[in-house]
Ligand binder design. Structure first.
Ligand code: 13P
Length: 250
């Protein structure tokens, strides 16, 4: 299956002045990791994060980008700006951005296309709400989100995309999807990708689980066939917890 990637999503946490030491700590505690290790930080922390990660195995990601190249978009940040800093990854379409910042399947697709065109590695988030899960529409909703996100993306480019399955009801709530629930949806995502492309392309795509993944539950989730890593919120803010999750990804 896809390459194992454990990525932290700091969200709106940590200060620029705390970033250098923290990324150095992550690098030290995850030395020899069997998977890719990524810290996705707020825009204002990125320069320090890249400086700290230089010469280590840790890669740095942003939490968002704009889909235009440049221009009159006050407050926005372009792919070229991120690349100029030395950023490798970018999270796209996190449920918090969909909910609070009006991101849609269409903007997610435009941002994914722009990231790929410029050479950033997109981590595209999909996931259902509790109401949607209880209504039994999880797989059909996620199928729609995946199809929209990958529209007009070639098979070669698709292989560079990381998909993060993050059930909204499990984010920051301490309620993790069970390993079986997470595997069921991640397998469905791989199946949709195989339909859009082919089995080899689908197998090459990293599919992460995210939502209250922590040092205690990571090993069971990561042991599942279709879960190739994690997108970690709260537990990525403590280097000790994050390093235990990284160690569980073999
Ligand atoms: P938590 O790990 O805090 O639940 O957050 C998950 C998440 O949203 C990562 O993007």
């Amino acid at each position: 299956m896809g390459k194992y990637i454990i990525a932290g999503n700091w969200k709106m946490n940590k200060l620029p002045s705390e970033t250098y030491d923290f990324v150095k700590e992550v690098a030290a505690k995850t030395a020899g990791a069997a998977c890719e290790v990524v810290c996705c930080t707020p825009y204002v922390c990125l320069a320090e994060a890249v400086r700290a990660a230089k010469g280590t195995h840790v890669k740095i990601g942003a939490e968002n980008l704009h889909f235009k190249d440049s221009g009159a978009y006050t407050g926005e940040v372009s792919a070229d700006m991120l690349l100029d800093l030395g950023v490798d990854y970018v999270i796209i379409g996190h449920s918090e951005r969909r909910e609070y910042f009006a991101e849609t399947d269409s903007t997610v697709n435009q941002k994914t296309i722009k990231a790929l065109e410029k050479g950033l590695l997109p981590i595209v988030c999909v996931g259902e709400s509790l109401e949607q899960r209880e209504a039994g529409v999880t797989v059909s909703l996620i199928t729609d989100q995946i199809k929209a996100a990958f529209a007009d993306i070639s098979a070669d480019d698709a292989k560079k995309v990381v998909v993060a399955y993050e059930p909204i009801w499990a984010i920051g709530t301490g309620k993790t999807a069970t390993a079986d629930q997470a595997e069921e949806v991640c397998a469905a995502i791989r199946n949709v990708l195989a339909g859009l492309y082919d089995a080899d392309t689908a197998a090459a795509i990293t599919i992460q689980y995210g939502g209250s993944m922590n040092a205690g539950n990571a090993a069971e989730l990561l042991a599942k066939e279709n879960i190739d890593g994690g997108l970690i919120g709260g537990a990525s803010l403590k280097s000790e917890d994050f390093s235990v999750i990284v160690a569980a990804a073999k």
